[in-house]
Every structure is written in C-alpha cells, then in structure tokens.
Ligand binder design. Structure first.
Ligand SMILES: Nc1ncnc2c1ncn2[C@@H]1O[C@H](COP(=O)(O)OP(=O)(O)OP(=O)(O)O)[C@@H](O)[C@H]1O
Length: 575
C-alpha cells in the first residue's frame, strides 16, 4: 500500500486535469441519468397523449441531454487520458532519476530485460491505476449520491433498492472478486518480465547461441515463456469478462427489483404510475456505470504489484546503500589543471559477494603523474578504476585533491575525465555521430584528423556504424574510443586496457600520440601488459584485491619482487 501512496503522490502533481476528469465524468454520468429519466418520463407521458408542446419540450430536453452527455464524456476521456500520460511520463522520469543514481549496482540484482520490463511495462500497467482505480469511484459515488437525492423525492423504498444494488455491485461483489483474485494471484507482470528477460538474452546472445548450436533450445524457452505470458493474459481476460458479466447480471436483477417494488407502490397508490418507467430507467443507467467496479480488484491488484516491483528496484535497501550523493561542487577538475587522486583504506565487495574484491588499498596519484595499475586477471584493477569513476561506492575514502569523492557530482566527474573502458559503446549512426559524442563542436576537418591520428585513415566520417559497433573490429573500436577520449576536454585520463586488441606497432603509435597529448595530465592506466611501462611515473601492482607493490619501473625491477617476476614471465612468453 505504501508504494501505491508514493505513486499517487507522483501521479497527482498536476491536479488540474484530475479535477477536470472528475468534473466531466460527473457531468457525463449525471446527464446520462437525466437523459434516461427524461426518456422514461417521456414514454409514460406519451401514453397519456399530452399536448404536443409538452412532447416537443421533452424531446428537446432529451436531445440537449444527449449532446451534453456526449461532449462531457469526450472531455472526461480527453482530460483523464491527458492526465494519465502526464503522470506516466512523470513516473518514468522519477524512476529513471532514482535508478540512475544507483546505476551499475542495479545490474548486480536485475537482468536488463527485467529492468526494461519494469520501467516500460510496469509503469504502463500503472495507467489503469488512475483510469480505473483512482478517480472512477469518486465519479460513481457523486453520480449515485445525486441520483439517490433525486429519487428520494419520489420513493424512499426505491432509494433503498438502489442502495442495496450499490452495496452489492460496488462493494460486496468486488470484495468477493478481490478475495478470489488474491487467491488466483495473476502472474501476468512476472511472466511479462520473464519473457522480456528471455528476449533480451536471445538478442544479446544470438551469435554465441548460433556458434554453440543452442539456438533451438533457447528458441523453445522463448516460445514457452511467450506461451505462459499469453496464457496468463487469456486467464486475466476471461476473469475480467466473467467478473463484469456477474456484476451486470446482479445489476439487472436490482433493476427488476426496482420495477417490482415500483409496481407494488403504484398499485398501493404510494407512487404516481407516471414515474415508474422513469425510476426503472434511472436504475438501468446508474448500475450500468457501476458495472466496471467489478474490475476494480483486478486493476487495484495489478497496480499494487506494478508499484511494488518498481519500488523494489528503486528503493532496494542494499542498493540504496550504494546510492551516490549528488552535490554540485566544482572541484579540482577545473579545466587547465590536472587533478590529484588519493585512495585511503579502500575496501570493496560487490553486492551479494561475501569476499572483498579490493582490500585496504591506500595509494596516491599526484597531479600530472602517469600511473599504471597492473596485476593478474581478476585481481581487481578495473574495479579500482570504477571506484575512482564513482560507479560503485567503497569503504574508505577517495579524494580528488582535498575533496572527498562522495561530495562530487558523478556527472561532473565524467564530464571532465577522459575515459576508455574495456567495453566501449557505439551507437547506430555514422562514425561522425559517434565521435561527436565527445565534443559536438568539432569540425569535420578536426574529426578527420582524429581518425588519421588514431590510425584509422581509411574510415570516412559518414561511414555507417551498426548497433554496438558490430561492423567494427575490436581494434577499430578501441581506436575510435581513443579518438573520442582525445577529442574530449579534461585533464584526468582513466584508461582500462585501451589497446588490448591492437597489434604492437599500432599500439606503439597510439601510446606515442597519447603521451604527447597527456603530458601535463593525470593518467591512470589499467594494463595487463608490461610493455612501455618504463614511461610511467609509478606502477601499482595488485594481486587478489591487495596492493602488493608501488614504485617506479626501475625501482620495482631493482627490488625483484612480484612485478619483476610477472615481467619475467611475460618476457619469456614473448621470446
Ligand atoms: N559486476 C560484478 N559483480 C560481481 N563481481 C564482479 C563484477 N565485476 C567484477 N567482479 C569480480 O571482481 C573481481 C575483480 O574483477 P576486475 O574486473 O576488477 O579484475 P581485473 O583485474 O580488471 O581483471 P582483467 O584483467 O581480467 O580485466 C573478479 O573476481 C570479478 O569476478
């Protein structure tokens, strides 16, 4: 329930459309009742052959009534849907902003298909919360109350019948449905999420599945996920139709009751027979508007599930610990000034991981220095870089200059750092589009020069890049990523194996280019190779998440410690 309260708060930011929906919904409902009442009265009057002008006046009232009803129904739909779409967009932005803060930590817990299904599907499901759960009962209550006040002028017994009908169709039967609904517990959202996960896996893993001849198996999983989802939808459809039909049948029985009680009252002289048809018509129309209440429990339940699924992502306690504090401070990343970075007693474990990936790391990267982080695969090098990039939050403290990283706005940090990660994303578009990500003001000549600099002279700016850079080789992607980093402004380079897919001569060219451009900058380079490290000011050696050695290349070689041994092994392999 608390999640739905949050949702209501988020939804009702723009109250004007909500009030308009209720007003026009009420107007449409009450004119429908008036219209049917006038019709019933007209039928009875017509049988008594009244003067023509009475009939003409009545017909005019009916016509005006239908006109007002149609217009107000249209206005109700218009405003309620406009309110719904505004609310959905508010909700999407709200959730996006919430999960953006916990970014990579999310993927520890959720698969991408599941996240997509929640952000798109579950938010979509919440449209029914406003359209079918929140405001219709208010409109119905107002219409019903006004109708009963009107009917009370004719007969309190009929008011009583209508009240019984209201209790049955709007309270007792929906409550019974709600109980059944809870037992049946529709799995529709979960099945949609499972299907979404399977589809995402299918697309991501298509190549591997084909290579390992597992496409058929995965295809079958996908089909059975899809069938389960369809089955859930079918069941939900049957359920909603049967609920509505039962409520409709009960409401018709109540109208029969109104007719029987009315006929008795007419026979006993307590009611003018002229009004009997009117009262029966009123009961028809007023219950017609109550019939959708049968679906209230279904929509309520669905909204509650969708809300709790969304909040379980955005408010997950473990993840919230990793939430990053945003503070707008301009720190030592000012342009023209290379920052220093200091790590003090850093320890870090991934969510759900009992062992520490990094333990007790204390090290400094002076302003303008060049540092290489080396160590065996899986030792925690990339993780250390990600901590500096504020992708995860660790125990201990990281400082940029004298300012704690915790106080730094992540976006500002990224904006002023030149980053190349192991996996670099390329968007569908041209080479130019992908390069302009770094700096939209670059001219075509500058872009072309960049391509030449990174040893990609054969690429044209208008060449097409497919999704995720599928039509580029691993080395081409790395060179384009390097071009993007070179084009970016900033004095802090954070590089995670930026040349791992390149041949030695291209790698050498790129390093020359890079060292030339980064002369004054602070550079932190993760590398599993030891070639070219002589140029670095310091080398940090990590093994199993612990700092084992720090020093210049010559110092580490002289001390003949762990780094020396790793270097010897690499040399013997290369010989
Ligand atoms: N997202 C993650 N969730 C859980 N564990 C992770 C995650 N990313 C990395 N790890 C684990 O953390 C450890 C360190 O990984 P990291 O990528 O930092 O190593 P690395 O030294 O950069 O390795 P490599 O040289 O192979 O890139 C590994 O044991 C890895 O399994």
């Amino acid at each position: 329930m608390s999640e739905l309260t949050h949702i209501v708060k988020q939804m009702i930011q723009d109250k004007k459309d909500v009030v308009r929906s209720i007003f026009f919904g009420f107007l449409a409902g009450i004119t429908a009742v008036g219209l049917f009442a006038a019709n019933g009265y007209l039928i009875s009057q017509a049988a008594l052959e009244p003067p023509l002008y009475v009939l003409i006046a009545m017909v005019a009232v009916v016509k005006i009534g239908s006109f007002i009803r149609a217009l107000s129904r249209y206005a109700e739909r218009y405003y309620s849907h406009r309110a719904t779409f505004t609310m959905l967009s508010n909700l999407r932005v709200y959730f996006y902003e919430k999960i953006e803060q916990i970014g990579p930590a999310l993927f520890q817990k959720h698969r991408s298909g599941d996240l997509l299904s929640r952000i798109v599907g579950d938010v979509e499901s919440l449209q029914n919360f406003f359209l079918r759960v929140l405001y219709p009962p208010i409109v119905m209550a107002l219409v019903f109350l006004s109708t009963m006040i009107f009917v009370s002028f004719y007969s309190m017994a009929i008011v009583l019948c209508l009240l019984v009908g209201l209790l049955l169709t709007a309270v007792i039967i929906p409550a019974w449905f709600s109980k059944r609904q809870k037992k049946a517990s529709s799995q529709i959202l979960e099945e949609r999420s499972r299907l979404s996960i399977d589809v995402a896996e299918w697309f991501y893993g298509f190549r591997e599945l084909t290579i390992h001849q597992k496409r058929k198996e995965k295809e079958q999983d996908l089909v059975s996920s899809s069938n389960r989802y369809i089955k859930e939808q079918e069941q939900a459809g049957i359920q909603s139709i049967s609920y509505q039909s039962i409520n409709m049948a009960v409401s018709l029985l109540v109208s029969w009751l109104v007719l029987a009680v009315g006929a008795f009252l007419v026979a006993s002289g307590e009611l003018n027979g002229l009004f009997l048809a009117m009262l029966v018509m009123i009961s028809f129309i007023v219950f017609e508007q109550l019939v959708p209440m049968a679906l209230f429990p279904i929509h309520y339940e669905e909204s509650e599930r969708a809300a709790s699924r969304l909040y379980s992502v955005a408010d997950n306690k473990q993840l919230t610990q990793a939430r990053l504090v945003k503070q707008d401070q301009d720190l030592n990343l000012n342009e023209g000034k290379a920052p220093s970075v200091h790590l003090k007693d850093i320890s870090f474990a991934f969510v759900g991981d009992s062992r520490n990936t990094l333990s007790d790391i204390s090290v400094s990267f002076p302003a303008g220095s060049k540092t290489a982080i080396v160590g065996p695969s899986g030792s925690g090098k990339s993780t250390l870089l990600k901590l500096i990039l504020k992708q995860y939050e660790a125990k201990g403290e990281i400082f940029f200059g004298t300012t704690p990283l915790k106080q730094l706005d992540q976006e500002m940090l990224w904006e002023k750092a030149k980053v190349i990660l192991q996996e670099n994303h390329f968007f569908y578009g041209t080479v130019k589009d992908n390069l302009l990500l770094s700096d939209p003001n670059l001219t075509e000549d500058q872009l072309q020069q960049l391509l030449i600099d990174v040893q990609l002279p054969y690429l044209k700016l208008n060449d097409l890049v497919l999704e995720k850079g599928q039509n580029l080789s691993g080395g081409e992607k790395q060179r384009l990523a390097m071009a993007r980093a070179l084009a970016k402004k900033g004095q802090l380079w954070l590089l995670d194996e930026p040349t791992s897919s390149l041949d030695s001569s291209t790698e050498q060219c790129l390093y020359d280019l890079f060292f030339n451009q980064a002369k004054e900058d602070t550079v932190i380079l993760v590398s599993h190779r030891f070639v070219g490290l002589e140029k670095m000011d310091q080398i940090i050696v990590i093994d199993q998440g612990r700092l084992v050695e720090v020093g210049s290349y010559s110092k580490l070689m002289r001390s003949k410690g762990y780094f020396y041994q790793l270097k010897q092994i690499e040399d013997s392999i290369l010989q």
